[in-house]
Design a protein around this ligand. Structure first.
Ligand code: HEC
Ligand code: HEC
Ligand code: HEC
Ligand code: HEC
Ligand code: HEC
Length: 391
């Protein structure tokens, strides 16, 4: 057994003599017995780390034409054999349905199946049955399309799949390099950065006043970027209590939508905890974007939250029509989609709304509630529920 290095380091300075030994002076100069330190072998020189291939050297779509040895196919299912937590969290995320999503498919059709809509939703060249070989008169809306000999229908169905972020030049890109993985593994700084996400979550059209997708830009301008809290910290949190056989690092969610209840703090001001049917009550609702590292909503400008303030009676029936406000952005209906209106909540910002609710005199008395909720298309998130005694 070698002498623990920590012990050696701690002992040497105490023995002036030891230091002399260490400096190469003759040990015989000492008149006390000299403890002979165990020989410390220098660690074998570490070969310089292999540089990781860059993720999107020529933009999107990226050409991935060699399969890493040890991996059965480019499909996510091949990685599932060993990395099932990454696989299962990915499978239920928007990334896995980036192509199959009916909402996207409908929008794609109404955009005339424009090739400009494909790159981020199908980031790998093999996911395209046809590829643009130049543009007629340099016009990006008139691509010269040719059949793609390397088209892979399975990979197409997987949208933003594992290989889009992890496989380049026959190697797997990870958070560290290792010779012990069943596939070549190199460390990529680029992988673990918000810049990876920006590849698809930031988009500017030429001549537009503002980026069309601006999630990265919003984050970059926020206090989170300054504090070093990046996209991954909030959207790829480690999965508690899970480890992966043979993998040294943490296992992270791949990639989760965190939800509005995490993004917003909802404060309510009321004159009291009870109210009289038929009598008007002033209500103030303050929304703070205390938890999203970008605007709420962020991303594509067709997202809108309707914030509703509603009084419910003891039976859960609405005692007054919902009132409220919206968080949204609107853009022109044609390129370059100039922004016409934007009242979304930026990171760290707050919005205060004051209104008057008059509970229906015929409503049911008893244990009612004031509810603040957010509606987006068909989904409703309850942000705050205050119990109220209805008299
Ligand atoms: C047969 C099992 C197996 C298959 C299949 C496999 N891997 Fe791995 N992978 C491993 C093991 C084991 C390690 C850990 C090696 C180590 O720590 O030395 C690893 C490491 C990794 C890492 C680095 C871990 C980190 O924390 O950064 C990534 C990323 C990765 N694999 C991605 C993939 C992807 C993507 C696929 C599919 C294309 C895949 N792997 C297929 C077993 C597998
Ligand atoms: C190759 C392109 C691409 C990259 C890289 C990418 N995304 Fe996405 N992301 C998409 C697309 C496309 C969608 C929307 C899919 C849909 O719903 O149609 C999406 C959706 C999302 C959503 C919505 C999740 C949900 O379930 O509603 C989140 C959150 C997200 N991405 C975060 C990230 C983060 C964080 C990163 C960086 C680690 C990242 N993305 C990298 C293309 C990408
Ligand atoms: C401080 C934590 C935090 C950081 C940092 C952060 N996000 Fe988010 N993100 C959230 C929360 C919370 C939501 C939920 C808000 C919502 O549903 O509208 C969200 C929502 C999203 C959505 C929309 C999902 C949807 O269903 O509409 C996307 C896309 C997204 N984030 C991508 C990113 C990207 C890309 C970055 C880095 C540039 C990033 N986020 C940084 C917390 C964060
Ligand atoms: C949008 C890009 C993206 C996609 C798609 C993606 N990953 Fe990752 N993955 C990452 C990033 C970024 C990290 C590094 C997280 C960090 O720095 O901690 C990562 C980390 C990993 C790790 C290391 C340990 C862990 O679980 O976090 C494994 C293994 C892995 N991914 C496997 C997969 C597999 C398998 C798939 C497909 C089912 C997949 N990834 C899809 C971006 C992606
Ligand atoms: C720069 C990359 C990029 C391009 C190009 C792109 N998208 Fe997206 N798309 C995304 C990302 C990222 C998301 C998800 C998060 C968000 O809403 O910000 C998304 C989400 C969507 C959604 C919402 C899906 C849902 O379930 O909410 C639709 C619809 C959509 N895109 C349609 C289109 C159409 C149509 C085009 C072409 C005009 C297009 N996209 C071009 C990156 C892109």
């Amino acid at each position: 057994m070698t002498l623990p290095r920590i012990l050696l380091a701690a002992t040497l300075p105490l023995l002036g003599i030891g230091i002399a030994v260490a400096r190469g002076k003759k040990a015989v100069e000492a008149d006390v017995p000299v403890p002979v330190p165990a020989v410390v072998t220098e660690p074998a020189p570490v070969p310089p780390a292999e540089p990781a291939p860059s993720l999107f050297p020529a933009g999107l779509p990226v050409v991935i034409d060699s399969l890493p040895p040890g991996v059965a196919s480019l499909s996510a299912q091949s990685c599932n054999a060993c990395h099932w937590t990454a696989h299962d969290t990915w499978e239920t995320s928007a990334h896995a349905v980036a192509w199959a999503d009916p909402l996207y498919q409908a929008a794609l059709r109404s955009a005339g199946n424009s090739t400009t809509c494909l790159s981020c939703h199908l980031p790998v060249a093999a996911q395209h049955d046809r590829l643009a070989n130049g543009y007629i008169d340099g016009d990006l809306s008139r691509p010269r399309l040719e059949a793609n000999a390397s088209f892979d229908a399975t990979l197409m169905s997987e949208g933003v799949s594992c290989v889009a972020c992890h496989v380049r030049e026959g190697k797997v890109l990870g958070t560290y390099a290792s010779d012990n993985a069943p596939h070549p593994l190199v460390k990529s700084e680029e992988l673990s950065s918000s810049a990876l996400c920006a590849t698809c979550h930031q988009l500017s059209w030429p001549e537009a006043d503002r980026p069309f997708y601006d999630t990265y830009g919003e984050w970059e301008a926020s206090a989170y970027a300054k504090a070093g809290v990046d996209c991954l910290d909030c959207h790829m949190a480690p999965v508690a209590g899970v480890s992966q056989p043979g993998v040294k690092g943490t296992v992270n969610a791949h990639v989760s939508a965190t939800g509005l209840d995490r993004a917003l703090t909802t404060l309510v001001t009321l004159p009291g905890a009870s109210l009289q049917r038929g009598q008007a009550v002033p209500v103030t609702v303050t929304l703070l974007n205390s938890g999203a590292g970008h605007s709420v909503p962020t991303g594509n400008p067709f997202k809108k939250y309707a914030i509703e303030v509603v009084l419910l009676d003891a039976a859960g029936k609405e005692l007054a029509p919902p009132q409220g406000f919206s968080l949204s952005r609107t853009v022109d209906s044609t390129p370059p989609w100039r922004t016409t209106h934007d009242d979304r909540l930026r990171a760290g910002d707050k919005r205060e709304w004051t209104g008057t609710l008059t509970p229906n005199a015929k409503g049911l008395a008893g244990a009612g509630a004031l509810v603040v909720r957010a509606r987006r298309d068909a989904s409703v998130t309850e942000l705050r529920r205050i119990p109220i005694d209805i008299r």
